[in-house]
Structures are given as C-alpha cells and as structure tokens.
Design a protein around this ligand. Structure first.
Ligand code: NAD
Length: 543
C-alpha cells in the first residue's frame, strides 16, 4: 500500500568518463580487465534465482584474442525454457502487486551499483566479451544502461500519474497493470545496455520475464543478473536461459500464457518470430504484444553546401565506431560532385590513421568483429566488391582471423546507387559511397528514400537551410532517428528516443514512455458514490 504520492523527477544522463591518460578511471578499468582475464568464469543459467548448470559447456573467447578463454556458459534445452516459464508465472501475482516504490528502488539501486561498484567490471566484461574499446563500452555498458534504468523509473511514474477525468458523483481511475502472462526478451550481441533493458523495462512494469541473451553477450549479461540480485530483484522475475533460437521459439510461442516478445536483432529473425506467433494466435489467453527493433541500412546524405570536415568526421565515426556493428551505423553515403573529391581524400586519410587491434591497447579505434560467422559474411561482401566492375575499394579491404576477427575499416565507392552494399545490411566496418551530380540534390533524396527496405537512422549534412528543410520533409519516413549535421549514431536515452520503421522494426522507441506502454494493460475503474435506485429516466413521463 502506498501512503503518499512518491515522485521520481527527470534524472540527468550519466556523465561519460573520458579514460584520458593518467585518469583514475583508466587505471581502474585496466585493473578490472586484468582481473577478468585471470579468471575462467563458469556461467550458469538463472531460473527462479538458482544457478542452473547442464554440463554442456560452450567456451567464450574475446573476438580480438580467440586463443584466450574467458570462461564458458552452460547450454540449456527445452526443459529449461519450460522451467523458466513455469517459475515466472508462479511469482507473477506477487511481483505485479508489489508497490511501485519497492519495484522502482530495485532498478534505481541496480543503476547506482552499476555507476559505482560494478562500473569498471561491467565495462571490462563488455570490452573483452564483445570487443568494444574503452569509450564504446563506457557509453553502452555504463552510461546507456544506467540511463535506461533511471529514465524508465521516471517515465513509468509519469504513466502511473495519467488518470481519466471524473464527473460529479463518480470517481474514475486507471490501473496500469502488467500483462497477464510472461514476456519473452530476446536480445542482440551489440549492446550490453539493450541486453539488460529489454528484460528489465518489461519487469519494471510488473511483468515476469524469460530472457535469452545473444550467445555473444552472455559474458556481460551474467554480471547484470548478479547486479539485479544484489539490488533485490525477487527470484523468478527475470530468468535467463541459453538455448538455440528454434528451441526457444518453439517452447515460448506455443505457450498459452505467452504475453509478449521484446526483441532486438535482425529483421529475418523477427519476421520468423512474428509468423510463429501468428500461427499460434488462437492458443493464447491474451493477444500478445510484439515489439521488435531490427536491422538498418543507415544513410548520410550530403548537400553541396556541406562543410567537408563535418562530413568526414560524421562518416569516420558513424561508420567505423564499434566496427560498424551498431544498428545505426552509417553504411551508405551520398556525396555531391562538387565536394566528393575532397571528402574522399580526407576520409581515406582519416581511415588510414585508425589503428586496428585489441581493446587492451587503448590507442586502437577499431577492434574485432563479433564472430567468425560475422567475419566471413563481411569478408564475402568485400571480396565481391573487389571483383565487381561497379565497385572500387577506396581504402581498407584487408582482413585476417589469425589472432582475432579483424576487418580493416573499408570504404567502397560505387557507380551504381543500387549496388549490393548500398542496399543490404552488412553489420561490419564497411561504408559504401556514391557520388551524385551536385545539381540533382532533390532527385537524389528520392533515391535515398527508395534504395533500402530499412528506415532506422539517417543524416543530412548541409549548411543551406532550405536544403535541410527539403531533406527533413522528403526523408520523413526514411528513418526513425534523423540527424541534421551529425553522425547517425549515438542516441542518448531521454534525448533521442530510438527506433525505426519499415523493415527496421515496430518503432516502439526504447528509452521512452512509448516503449513502456507496450508492457502495460490498462484497467479502467469507475466508482459511483450515490448510485441510482430506480431504472426509470425522467423522459419516460409523457406529460
Ligand atoms: P540476431 O538476429 O542474429 O540475434 C538476435 C537474438 O535472436 C539473439 O539472441 C539470437 O540468439 C536470437 N535468435 C536467433 N535466431 C532465433 C530464432 N530462430 N528464434 C528465436 N531467437 C533467435 O542479431 P544479432 O546479430 O545479435 O544483432 C545484430 C542485428 O540486430 C542487426 O540486424 C542490427 O541491425 C540489429 N539491431 C537493431 C537495433 C535497433 O534498435 N533497431 C539495435 C541493435 C541491433
């Protein structure tokens, strides 16, 4: 029972530490990396708060140092997914009835633990497990994750405050219930923050969750589960299992109490899930919520009035930070003929200055791509471009998997605006550029809009205000996150709610109120203080 209206005002974004030479954070982070490298973790699944080990051990290696073993996780099967569902449903009622301040304080405490006690261990785990450099790990595993937890507490408080009006003699109220069933969270490898946010945002709303992280993110996900436990999350509210996708889908999507899926990952996996849910629709107790943030083919459109240095910085950072493995990464650029030569020259110089290597050497801007499968896929696009007449490698183009999965940052130039690498998501450090006649700006905007099935992020770089306005209008549906004179990556929770449309997902904007509404089911309650005692209305008297 709440004995007061407790408020959670808008938090500030967690400050990003610099890791400059000699800074205390740099020393602490290096120590945390060394500490983790000395250990071999034995990572269990978590079902009803218990550690579950199957003995089917899958080893975990840093993508940039594949000979080193960080630990292993225990692969589960159908029975573990079933156990996770059963246990979550058992605790659902108690959890959904827990007062908001108690639920909120678990997640606020987790945020504070991350900001202090576990900050460097979480960053180190993300650096080693997912091959992120120190800065990329800091903005993801520390800052974005802390922001998700704190901002969602604020947003949910604002939702709870939303109440209907009441006419005289009655009172109306709205209860923001959790869903009647379990929520399945299926998360990608590329952001520790997304991994943690998808199960915790649903749980915060009073839901119970089965969470399947990406195999390539289990190392940092494991630490988040331990932090939630320390923050007081009751057993069984979030259960983490490691199973093959088809086993997971087959078990969860056929369950009558499946209440929703919170997914981030590729478009093809999401489409497959949606089909499975459709096939089972008559088996469910409630219509499930289907939320998916999926792939992208993110553009940078450059106007003839653009500042060359701004373009080069946006492309260099936008395309190559975290090896181009951000769903928002710039992967196709349209340069006007008047400045294309200069932009290419400076971009090549910038890319040549980028060091590629291990995350432990802080001077490396580019690290390894996530897996051998991903490496092979990226290499096949580069090899094809080397052979195709329509494409030319401007810089980069080499790769090696001897020590780790290293791909040089690569710029392809194409004479065909619909060339393969202008259209398909590669998810690696590969940027394709196309030069358009500077007199054909408006026509090229149509080309940007029509080239890809995705609509996640995009940028316009221009000094001419009319050109900015035209691009903003013509590209209205080409991106869910649109940037003016900036790179198309780096969305901050609370500042740029994130998500795209078309084949990029359901656009439920992670890190905003819009997303939380999907995990709530409102009940309207009307109470009449002095109810009528006669069914007859005055108009029935014919006089
Ligand atoms: P992925 O689709 O390969 O995997 C995502 C998750 O789905 C993983 O946990 C995976 O194990 C699981 N999965 C795979 N097959 C499954 C199946 N048949 N049934 C159930 N689960 C299954 O994606 P990824 O490689 O981890 O991440 C990269 C992709 O994610 C890119 O396409 C990227 O654009 C996208 N992404 C999008 C956003 C966004 O906000 N739009 C953010 C991050 C990543």
């Amino acid at each position: 029972m709440q004995l007061g209206y407790f408020d959670y005002p808008v938090p500030s974004n967690e400050p990003v530490l610099s890791y400059a030479p000699g800074s205390p954070e740099k020393i602490a982070l290096k120590k945390a990396i060394a500490g983790l490298k000395k250990k071999t973790l034995d990572i269990p699944m978590y079902i009803n708060g218990k550690s579950v080990r199957t003995g089917k051990k899958i080893s975990i290696h840093p993508p940039h140092e594949i000979k080193h073993t960080l630990g292993h996780y225990h692969l589960g099967g159908k029975t573990h997914v079933e156990a996770a569902i059963t246990t979550s449903l058992k605790v659902r009622e108690k959890w959904s009835n827990m007062s908001w301040e108690s639920r909120a304080h678990i997640f606020l405490k987790a945020a504070d633990l991350l900001a202090t006690k576990y900050r460097f261990e979480m960053n180190a785990a993300t650096m080693l497990g997912q091959s992120k450099n120190a800065y990329q790990a800091e903005i993801d595993a520390a800052c974005e994750l802390i922001d998700f937890l704190r901002f969602n507490v604020h947003f949910l408080t604002e939702i709870y405050k939303q109440q209907p009006v009441s006419a005289p003699g009655i009172h109306n109220r709205m209860e923001w219930r959790g869903l009647e069933g379990f929520v399945l969270a299926v998360t990608p490898f590329n952001f520790t923050a997304i991994g943690a946010n998808l199960p915790s945002s649903a749980a915060m709303c009073g839901n119970v969750v089965v969470w399947k992280p990406s195999d390539a993110q289990i190392y940092s996900a494991n630490l988040f589960m331990q932090i939630l436990k320390e923050a007081g999350l009751p057993d069984g509210v979030i259960n983490m299992v490691y199973v093959d996708g088809p086993v997971l889908g087959d078990t969860c999507f056929k369950h009558p109490h499946f209440a929703g899926v919170h997914f981030t990952g590729s478009t093809s996996v999401f489409n497959h899930m949606w089909k499975q849910i459709g096939e089972n629709i008559s088996n469910y107790k409630s219509y499930p919520r289907i939320v998916g943030e999926t792939g992208g083919k993110d553009f940078v459109m450059v106007h003839p009035s653009a500042n060359v240095e701004t373009v080069v910085a946006a492309l260099a950072r936008g395309a190559f930070e975290y090896q181009g493995q951000k769903c928002s990464a710039a992967s196709r650029a349209y340069l006007p003929s008047n400045i294309a030569g200069l932009v290419k020259e400076k971009l090549v110089q910038a890319v040549q200055s980028m060091k590629v290597g291990s995350v432990e050497d802080f001077s490396n801007f580019v690290n390894a791509v996530i897996s051998e499968k991903s490496f092979d896929k990226i290499a096949s696009y580069i090899n094809k471009a080397k052979k195709d007449k329509k494409a030319k490698i401007l810089v980069g183009g080499n790769f090696s998997k001897k020590l780790g999965y290293f791909v040089e940052p690569t710029v392809i130039e194409t004479s065909d605006p619909k060339y393969l690498t202008m259209c398909e998501e590669i998810f690696g450090p590969v940027l394709t550029i196309y030069t358009y006649p500077a007199t054909k700006y408006e026509k090229t905007l149509d080309l940007v809009n029509d080239t890809s099935k995705y609509a996640l992020t995009g940028a316009i770089i221009a000094q001419d205000r009319e050109a900015i306005e035209l691009a903003t209008q013509k590209l209205r549906h080409s991106a869910g996150n649109f940037y003016i004179n900036d790179k198309p990556t780096g969305a901050v929770v609370g500042q740029q709610p994130f998500g795209g449309a078309r084949a990029s997902g359901t656009n439920d904007k992670a890190g905003s109120m819009l997303n939380l509404y999907r995990w709530l089911s409102a009940r309207t309650i009307k109470e009449t203080f002095n109810p009528p005692t006669d069914y007859k209305y005055p108009f029935l008297n014919e006089a």
